[in-house]
Design a protein around this ligand. Structure first.
Ligand code: AMP
Length: 234
């Protein structure tokens, strides 16, 4: 299977080509078709498997049709780093689409985020706490939301974000497509999936090891030596 088989909008296909992707990863092969068909999807996959593009590409394809200048897709991620990474993937893969993505996370000022939202981002990548602040202050309008993605749901649960996620879900339209990605499926995540997904297609990659372009290594090291080890590795 190749990316051409998905029949993405030419401006999305251009992003795939620019990223140098030729063959979809297993999670992409399994998840992209049901997401394109508008199904809710529960994806069991961890970072390094290509899961970001598995939801970003069909979202970009979908948003090529329809109105601009309003938030139509929301991705919720547990950490700033992951949110930033997803935002960058959208920027890279969506370079030719003229769709705009904005990040929302704590630890930085609210005003630049409000400005970006006012300028009309179609995709928002957010961490739960700051997103709730924007919802409370009515600086984000989620009433036109079409797609909701919960990324690394198990990590969000570990970090205690589940109550926030439930509050956010109450503020988005009930009629929407929901995609939930998680590396593991403990009972709490299964319960959450039961609450937020409608007749989901479950996709699971047997082999959840990272792509062969991604290397993992473990260095046991004393606390005080961490920085020098990092510098050495860099
Ligand atoms: P992710 O699991 O989404 O964090 O992706 C891990 C890495 O794999 C990222 O650097 C992606 O750019 C890269 N990647 C994703 N899909 C593909 C693909 N089909 N072919 C080659 N690299 C890919």
């Amino acid at each position: 299977m190749e990316f051409n088989d998905f029949d993405f909008h030419p401006n999305v296909a251009a992003g795939v080509k620019a990223a140098g992707y030729v063959t979809p990863t297993p999670i992409q092969t399994q998840a992209i078709p049901p997401v394109l068909e508008g199904h809710d999807v529960m994806g069991l996959a961890q970072t390094g498997t290509g899961k970001t593009a598995a939801f970003v590409l069909p979202i970009l394809h979908r948003l090529m049709q329809g109105p601009r200048g309003r938030v139509r897709a929301l991705v919720i991620a547990p950490t700033r780093e992951l949110a930033q990474q997803i935002h960058e993937a959208i920027g890279g893969l969506g370079k030719q689409t003229r769709l705009r993505s904005a990040t929302i996370y704590g630890g930085v000022g609210m005003n630049p985020q409000i400005e970006k939202l006012r300028n009309g981002a179609e995709i928002v990548v957010a961490c739960p706490g700051r997103l709730l602040d924007h919802i409370k202050q009515r600086t984000i309008n989620l009433s036109h939301l079409e797609v909701l993605v919960l990324d690394e749901a198990d990590r969000m649960f570990d970090m205690g974000f589940l109550p926030d996620i439930r509050k956010i879900i109450k503020q988005v339209p009930a009629r929407r497509q929901t995609l939930l990605f998680s590396a593991t499926m403990p009972d709490d995540i299964r319960r959450l999936a039961g609450e937020v997904l409608h007749a989901p297609v479950t996709v699971q990659v047997d082999h959840t090891a990272p792509l062969n372009t991604v290397a993992h290594a473990l260095y046991p090291v004393d606390q005080h030596l961490k920085t020098s080890l990092l510098l050495e590795l860099l």
